[in-house]
Each structure stands twice: as C-alpha cells, then as structure tokens.
Design a protein around this ligand. Structure first.
Ligand code: NAP
Ligand code: MG
Length: 486
C-alpha cells in the first residue's frame, strides 16, 4: 500500500468511518492498492444531506465577500497540501507527472481562487423601470425590478474519475460562492485526494455542513444522493448515467447541471496548417490517455489532405512513449481500470470487424503491470460505425473523409453528442462560418486551448446547462425577480 493514511467520510464537519467498511483504490499503472476508501452507508448519505440542509440558511445569508474570503483561505490551505497531494492523485488516477502536477492539482487551486474573486462582484441584474398601465390587477405606474441571483440550496456534486480534484473544484467553488451548500460524491476509482481536500476545507474554517464528502464503490452511494432531499444535481460523467439522474431528479423538479459524454469532431480543411492540426488531434493520445470528454477523437479530413494528415498523425502517435507514468519521458500512461481497457479494446475490435484500417497501435502494449492502451489511429471509418458514434474515452482517434464543406458539417453533426468540436482551416471566415453551423456547445478554431471564462457545456446528448467563469455562478443560482412601485 502506498499510503498508510486513513481515509474517512467528511460529514457535518466530522470525520466518520464508512458504515459499510472500506474498499481498495488501485493504482492503474502498478495494480497495487493505493489505500482503502470508505464505503458509505445510505444513512450516511442522508446525514451529509441533512447537514448541508441545516448549514444552508446561515451560509446563504453571509455576504458574498465573506464567502469569497473563505474560498480564498480554502485555496491557501489546499496549496499547502500540494506536495502531498500530487503523489496521491498521481497514484489513484495513473496520470503522468506532467498531468498530475498541472491539471490534476494546480488547476483545482486556481478554480477556488477565481470564484473567490468572482464572489466579490455583484451578479444581480438591475432592470430599467417599466411604465405599466392601470389594469384590473393593480394600479399603473413606473415599476422597478431587479433580477437577483439566489442560491439553489443543497447541491449534490457527482464527479467522474478523470480529473477528481479539478472537476470537484469546478462544481464546489461556484456552488459555495453563490451560497449553496454541497455534498460531494467523487468517482469510486479515485476519491482519495478529494478526501484530503476536505482537510483543507476543515482548516479553512468553512462552517460544518457547508462542504461534505461521501464515497462508495458502487452506484448505490450516488443514487442515494440523487434521491435524497437535495435541490440540485451537478453531475459530470457518462450520458447513460446522466439520463438516469435526469429521470430521478425530474420527479422532484431538482435542478440539473449535466456535463456528459463527447465525441469531438475535428474538421480539417485543405488549407489547414497540418502541423497545428496534428498537435491538436494528437492531444487525444498525449493528454491523460485520451480520458477527456472534449478530445478531438473523430477527424473529418478533406480528401485532398487526407493521406498527408494520416501520415503525420501516424508519425506523431508512433513517437509517443507509453508506460510508467512516473518516468519523465512517458507521455501516455494507463487508462483508469481493467474494465475501461476492456471497453476500449472491445470497441476497437468492432471497428476492425466493420472494416477500419488500424494504421498505428491497436495491440495491447507489453508491460509488467497496468491497464495500457497504445495510441491508436483508425482510418477508412464510416460515420455510422460504432467507432465513430461511441466514446472510447481512451487514446484512440478515428478518421473519416469529406469532399465539400456541407458534407463536413453534416458528418460532424451526425453524432448523438455535441460537446466540443474543432475546425482547422487557414481561412478565418470559413472557420467562423463552419463553427456557427456545428451543433456543439464549444468549438475550437485552430486550437485545443481553452478559455476558462467561456461558457462550457454540451448540446444534444452531451448535457444540459453551462458552467465556466461567471456562467458557473449562474448555473448554481436561481433568478428571483423583485418588483416595486416608484
Ligand atoms: P460515470 O461512470 O458516468 O460516473 C460518473 C459518476 O457518477 C461517478 O461518481 C459514479 O459513481 C456516479 N454514478 C454512477 N451511477 C450513478 C447513479 N445511478 N446515480 C448517481 N451517480 C451515479 O463516468 P466515468 O466513467 O467516471 O467518467 C467518464 C465519462 O465522463 C465519459 O463519458 C466522459 O465523457 C464523461 N465526462 C464528461 C465531462 C464533461 O464535462 N462533459 C468531463 C469529464 C468526463 P459510481 O461509479 O460509484 O456509481
Ligand atoms: Mg462508473
């Protein structure tokens, strides 16, 4: 075991053992146990929700500036722990060191700092007075109104395994900034760093019950949380689970923020800078083993540059070192579990059966341990095949061909998902024109870089709602109209 530390649930400001014991969290590279995580009982999920409910009135009535100050202290307390947290989150996620240090940990702190700052700004919307006529309802006059942002209440934050701390921060920071209280349910594969994060919450002086963490190895914990007396579910994960959550939440009109699966199209035109396209598309292999919902996994290439692009992508993929995520020169680490590797391999096999050509990869890398998938490139893919329609969530890129712009748009839009699409072209007006036709919540033109202030979320089966920057504050608030006569 890497860690002899004990991990407990954090409920109402106290550390409690899982009523159902514990379960092993496994390092995806070594297959060794990292530590035991608590297995919460359904009653403990209820306790966490009750604590969040009880803490809500006082927390929501604090000034936004006070809440911002607490978030800042939380970020400070978290940053002190970074040297301990990097090895822990690395071990439980299997991330390479480069990813572990940056997107797994530093980005978490930045998110708390950003929302601490945004909490200090006024997000209510003052409306111009309206001249209202006399009606049978009420006397006419000059009527003033304010659109005030009110917290939703108790928010369940349910997160996926790929970026446990950062994803949690993207929910918890805006939710707390706007005066909500939260119960966090991390993914079963890697909940340990999130539990450590709760120590920072405790140290920062957040009142008991404002921030709670419950964990468990199976769907029961999350399900109990969604069914409990909460006001909103903020969920990031797969589309099938999002659908189930939506059905359950709909019964009590619980508010929803759902960030679900993706199958990012990367449309590459004949005038594109192919070096830039290859670097962007190649991030599906080189960044966290392709376990990222926004990855450009589905290349739609103009026929005239198809062969050159494929040759360049093959060169890039072949050059990436797969293996021990702790080694400095490793670029591609393992995927999270054996189950996930088996899923990726089964989907690859369906591509072979359908007639795709495996240009690079396709075979399981020979390693002593770990759940590895080689960077893989499939060409000759038809849009209706499973490999073009379903998520791999692994280091696999598929390539389709188009002849004209309308066909490219139709292929890109021919997906149940609509999370993040990309366009590579040397013609800025074409890039913009095509972006506006893509049925996707986000479009990158000639880049996979993000703007963290931009709204983030999906069209179609990729989800409901937006967060990111100030949009995160909007997501965790209800608009209340306050109206008065002059
Ligand atoms: P997942 O299997 O859907 O699980 C996500 C979370 O939901 C886990 O905490 C899981 O815990 C919980 N869960 C499962 N069933 C539940 C239920 N019935 N009620 C409540 N909670 C439940 O997703 P994953 O495998 O961790 O992550 C990969 C997926 O996330 C991919 O589809 C990827 O595209 C998506 N993703 C989307 C975004 C985005 O922003 N759009 C970002 C990252 C990842 P248990 O497994 O213990 O049930
Ligand atoms: Mg799962």
């Amino acid at each position: 075991m890497l860690s002899d530390q004990t991990f407990r649930l954090f409920v109402d400001g106290s550390w409690v053992d899982g009523a159902k014991g514990s379960y092993a969290v496994v390092n995806p590279a070594t297959e060794q146990v990292v530590a035991e995580a608590p297995e919460a009982g359904v009653d403990q999920v209820g306790d966490a929700v009750a604590a969040a409910r009880a803490a809500f009135p006082a927390w929501s009535r604090r000034s936004a500036a006070e809440r911002g100050e607490l978030l800042r202290r939380l970020a400070d307390a978290f940053e002190k722990r970074i040297p301990d947290l990097v090895p822990l989150v690395q071990a439980e996620t299997g991330a390479t060191m480069r990813v572990a240090k940056t997107l797994q940990v530093t980005q978490c702190a930045l998110r708390f700092r950003r929302y601490a700052q945004l909490a200090n700004e006024d997000h209510d919307i003052a409306l111009p007075p309206a001249v209202m006529p006399n009606t049978p309802l009420a006397k006419g006059g000059l009527i003033g109104a304010l659109a005030a942002r009110q917290p939703v209440g108790v928010v369940a934050c349910i997160t996926p395994y790929n970026f446990p701390l950062t994803n949690m921060a993207g929910k918890v920071a805006p939710a707390l900034a706007t005066g909500n209280t939260v119960v966090v349910k991390p993914a079963p594969q890697d909940p340990l760093a999130v539990i450590r994060f709760a120590e920072a919450a405790e140290e920062s002086g957040l009142p008991p019950g404002v921030f709670n963490v419950v964990t468990g190895s199976g769907a029961e914990t999350g399900q109990a949380l969604v069914e409990a007396d909460i006001d909103m579910v903020s969920f990031t994960g797969s589309t099938p689970v999002g659908q189930r959550i939506g059905e359950t939440a709909g019964r009590d009109m619980k508010r929803l923020l759902l960030e679900l699966g993706g199958k990012g199209a990367a449309v590459v035109f004949d005038d594109a800078d192919l070096g830039s396209a290859v670097a962007g598309i190649g991030s599906t292999w080189s960044f966290h083993s392709g376990q990222i919902c926004t990855a450009p996994t589905r290349v739609i290439a103009h026929r005239s540059i198809h062969d050159e692009l494929v040759a360049k992508l093959a060169g890039y993929a072949g050059y990436l070192k797969v293996g021990d995520p702790l080694a400095d020169d490793t670029v591609v680490g393992p995927v999270i579990t054996k189950t996930q590797r088996d899923r990726v391999e089964a989907l690859l096999e369906s591509g072979r059966q359908d007639g795709a050509e495996v240009v690079v990869g396709g075979a399981r890398p020979q390693t002593e341990s770990g759940y590895y998938v080689a960077p893989t490139l499939l060409t000759g893919v038809k849009n209706e095949w499973r490999v073009a329609q379903e998520e791999f969530f692994g280091p696999v890129v598929v390539v389709e061909v188009f002849d004209d712009e309308d066909e490219a748009v139709a292929l890109a839009n021919g997906s149940p998902f609509g999370l993040y699409d990309y366009v590579w072209t040397g013609d800025a007006s074409r890039g913009y024109r095509v972006a506006r036709q893509l049925r996707s919540g986000n479009v990158g033109i000639n880049t996979v870089q993000r703007n963290n202030e931009a709204p983030f979320g999906g069209f179609k089966m990729s989800g409901v709602g937006r967060d990111g920057g100030v949009f995160g504050l909007h997501a965790y608030s209800e608009l209340q109209s306050i109206v008065w006569p002059s």
